[in-house]
Each structure stands twice: as structure tokens, then as C-alpha cells.
Design a protein around this ligand. Sequence first.
Ligand code: FES
Ligand code: FES
Length: 161
Amino acid sequence: MTQVTMTVNGKAVSGDVEGRTLLSEFLREGQRMTGTHVGCDTSQCGACVVHVNGEAVKSCTTLVLDIDGAEVKTIEGMTNADGSLGVIQQAFQDHHGLQCGFCTPGMVMSAAALLKDNPKPSEAEVREYLEGNICRCTGYHNIVKAIMAASGQDVAPMAAE
Ligand code: FES
Ligand code: FES
């Protein structure tokens, strides 16, 4: 076991990990932050997406030992300081971008990474960016709409679904 320390949602955390410990496991089992989900074992679904040093990564494919000292942000850190929903979270609620909610944490984290790089993405750009995030419930339309709304674009012309 090796001790690692990192910052998760602004708070210093540490834990003893094995060489094989995945970030998803460290967050869920070590830190009891269970918003980050695991939906596959082949790095395809994106339910586990978090930010490491500002970049979106799949935490199921990240070894904790490789990111010792990193700044990690998870869905639990996406609310505003007063606990209210952040802009992207609120847009998912307003535009019905979730059903079972299992993909949602990863979707929100991916959306945040996209909007940081591309503050006004086109519909095609949003769809392309979400290639690494699978949803079983929504058919994606309302997720795309929510992300475009979160970017401040008028989504009224987009069909309801
Ligand atoms: S759990 Fe499916 S990509 Fe990470
Ligand atoms: S809302 Fe159920 S998988 Fe996306």
C-alpha cells in the first residue's frame, strides 16, 4: 500500500492505495463519493468521468498512483457554494436531460469540460464530444439541448423530445 494525497472538490484527502487501485474505486469506496458511477469495464460508457487537473478523464481507466497530488473534481463539486445546482446541472433538470440518472454525473462532467474549451458549441460539436458518454435512457436529444442551454444559446427552436 502507498499513501497518496490529492485535492477532491477543493478538499485535501489522502488514502492508502494499491498499485492497481482505480480512481473510480478510490472515490466511491475510499471517499464515499458515489456520484461517480461505473457502467462498464471497457472504458466506453463515460459514467465515471471526472476532472483531473482540469481535464475530463475516465476515472475507471485512471490509476490513483499515477495522479498523486492532483486536483480532482467530481459531480459532488459541481453545485454552487450555497448548495444550489450549478448551471449545467440546472439545465439538465430544466430540459429533462436525465431519466435514471446513472449516466448524468459523467455527462455533466464531460459537458463542463466541453464548455470550458468551447463555450458556444454547435449541436454537432456537442454530439461529437459526447461520443465517450453513453446513455441508455434519453436518446441524447435532451442532453444536447441541456448543454446548449447551459452555454447560453437559445434552444427554443430545437424540437422537444
Ligand atoms: S465506467 Fe465505463 S468508461 Fe468508465
Ligand atoms: S439517464 Fe439513464 S443512462 Fe442516461
